[in-house]
Design a protein. Structure first.
Length: 356
């Protein structure tokens, strides 16, 4: 039997699943992970905490993850409290819950492309209609055009991604405010890469007090170097969190997940200590690529989009042959490299020199 033989939903027929290749190569720079593994001290603390919880795994976890949400609120600052923070298995699940509560059949979501490929996938997966609007040639967002797109489509949900994946572009608060004023429904600002922004780039968290329909999503997968833990979270008005309780599965965050995330937050000085190193490595990578005569998008994230290659597949493959895995994503002719350790970036540069 094949997939086509199953009575699958009509709107899922012919779709392809999310699929960043997971290939075992020496230098993996393709999914925007943090290259620095947790320290032995963090691993030991985590093992001890998990061991302490293990004897109670016959019981369900705290359904509302109150202690974790309090810790996340304290980390975010901005006067946030437990009732304004929500957490789930990766920000992807957070986004799915937002779509389940505020999207659905007969509703629409607008996003500005190129952007994170999971936004349209989660949107259509919840039977919400996806409307792709566009960015400028330099990947910035023209506030006037964004407002015009919102006025034309009157979407139930607007996605803004800042810094944007795969381009690295951060949005000025004025653009987000313009979108908030025009949007008839919810506005999601996906800040998965917020901690990597260049200094002075403000977070949309600052806008929450005046905008009850704003949702800011974050993750521990990138800056916190905890992609394997699967912990994403959001900050919003308490009523938004109440809406999400209607669609979340009971006990969606395992005891182990909640524990691991809390341990990581306790060790945040160490984990976030890698962010400065990665920022410097990113800025050096941008400068080096430009020095090679390539076109490079300004980046506020832990990755860099560069081009332009009439046959980008050939460049991607030639790098892979040299043991360096990057990502073939974004507009045609561009490639994206995640920022790794100094050694990994040296390997990337050597491999790319061999290819150019
Ligand atoms: N948002 C953006 C913009 C991303 O790039 C990613 C990860 N690639 C996510 C959300 C999801 O991350 P996670 O589910 O690991 O929190």
């Amino acid at each position: 039997m094949n997939l086509e033989d199953l009575p699958i939903r009509a709107d899922l027929r012919g779709k392809t699943p999310y699929g960043a290749p997971q290939i075992d190569v020496p230098v993996r720079l393709n999914t925007n992970e943090n290259p620095y593994p947790p320290s032995p001290a963090l691993v030991a603390d985590l093992a001890a905490e998990v061991a302490a919880q293990a004897g109670e795994l016959n019981r369900y976890p705290d359904r509302d993850a109150l202690a974790l949400r309090a810790d996340l609120a304290a980390y975010l600052g901005h006067g946030l409290t437990t009732e304004r923070v929500w957490a789930a298995n990766g920000s992807n699940e957070v986004l799915q819950q937002i779509l389940q509560a505020f999207g659905g059949h007969g509703r629409t979501a607008v996003g500005f492309e190129p952007s994170y490929s999971m936004h349209p996938i989660i949107t259509t997966g919840t039977s919400t209609e996806w409307i792709g609007a566009s960015r400028e040639d330099d990947f910035s967002l023209d506030a006037g055009k964004a407002v015009a797109a919102i006025e034309e489509h009157r979407p139930d949900i607007v996605f803004l991604t800042s810094p944007n994946n795969p381009t690295g572009t951060a949005l000025p608060l004025a653009t987000i405010e313009a979108v908030l004023s025009a949007a008839p429904g919810m506005v999601v600002v996906d800040e998965a890469y917020a901690e990597f922004a260049r200094t002075g780039t403000p977070s949309a968290l600052a806008l929450l007090p005046d905008h009850p329909r704003l949702i800011v999503t974050r993750t521990m997968s990138k800056a916190f170097a905890m992609a394997g833990t699967r912990l994403g979270y959001l900050a919003a008005h308490p009523a938004v969190v109440e809406a999400l309780l209607l669609v979340r599965l009971p006990y969606h965050l395992s005891t182990i997940t909640q524990t691991a995330a809390r341990v990581a937050l306790r060790h945040r000085a160490e984990l976030l200590g890698t962010v400065d190193t990665l920022r410097r490595e990113r800025d050096d990578t941008v400068a080096w690529l430009r020095g090679k005569g390539l076109v490079v998008a300004d980046s506020d994230a832990n990755f860099v989009l560069f081009g332009r290659f009439p046959d980008r597949r050939a460049v991607w493959e030639a790098l892979l042959e040299r043991g360096v895995l990057i990502r073939e994503v974004g507009p045609p002719e561009w490639l994206r490299v995640s920022i790794g350790t100094g050694d990994e970036m040296a390997a990337f540069r050597a491999a790319l020199e061999g290819v150019l």
